[in-house]
Design a protein around this ligand. Structure first.
Ligand SMILES: *Cc1c(COP(=O)(O)O)cnc(C)c1O
Length: 224
């Protein structure tokens, strides 16, 4: 099979499994969005995913995302690009210009710089707060206990609307515990969207309320 056939078949399979996982817990098939994670994937596979009809993509580095998407953006007016990796303040100008959604908002300085840059560029991006549910030292994301204060800062002081929460569970723990915690934090803080679940655990995430799943290798194959 060609790369295009492979990726189209992978995507169809995942969309089916997403639909089944949603229906199994009484949710509608279209209540979960597939975010195809195209980081470190060859150009031909990205084009194949576009050919297959995929329009929502996740990237974890600003510069690589510009290489992948700056030109393709011109051709596909219905693309939606999501930044799912850490964002440094000095990359915010480029990130605001390129992305539609930033899922890794996790500290005051970044929220402030984003607010002023979005107003300067007159672009309203959709924002997710990344929560470090496993409280891992090396991982980005806000500690769960800090979430209420951080949300007040975003909402009240900076006038930012927070669409959702995002997490990346620790590799060595059952992901479901972290997905449940993220769902609980969202309920307590009046947030409706949850970005959680990757290739290995997206069905679990959907059972626990994911509104979008970030799937890389299961769509595209293994990364460079
Ligand atoms: C790479 C990445 C993914 C996709 O991981 P796969 O295991 O390839 O599905 C999802 N979320 C984040 C934040 C990532 O960096």
């Amino acid at each position: 099979m060609s790369i295009s056939d492979d990726i189209s078949a992978n995507r169809d399979l995942i969309l089916n499994r997403i639909g089944e996982a949603a229906q199994a817990v009484g949710r509608s098939v279209d209540s979960v969005e597939l975010v195809a994670v195209s980081k470190r994937q060859p150009e031909a596979r990205i084009d194949a995913a576009l050919d297959a009809g995929q329009r929502v993509f996740g990237e974890n580095r600003v510069q690589e995302a510009q290489q992948h998407w700056a030109e393709r953006r011109e051709k596909f007016s219905d693309l939606e690009l999501r930044l799912i990796g850490p964002l440094q303040s000095n990359k915010v100008t480029d990130a605001v210009a390129l992305f539609d959604v930033i899922e890794s908002v996790d500290r005051e300085k970044l929220a402030r710089v984003l607010a002023s840059e979005m107003s300067r560029q007159d672009r309203q991006l959709r924002l997710y707060v990344q929560v470090n549910t496993g409280e891992e030292e090396q991982k980005s994301g806000l500690a769960p206990a800090g979430l209420p204060a951080f949300l007040s800062l975003c909402r009240e002081e900076l006038g930012l609307e927070v669409e959702g929460l995002m997490c990346i569970p620790p590799v060595e723990e059952p992901a479901g515990l972290h997905f449940s915690l993220l769902a609980k934090l969202a309920r307590e803080n009046d947030i409706s969207k949850l970005s959680m679940g990757m290739s290995a655990d997206y069905e679990t995430a959907i059972q626990l309320g994911a509104s979008s799943v970030r799937v890389g290798t299961a769509v595209f194959g293994s990364r460079d």
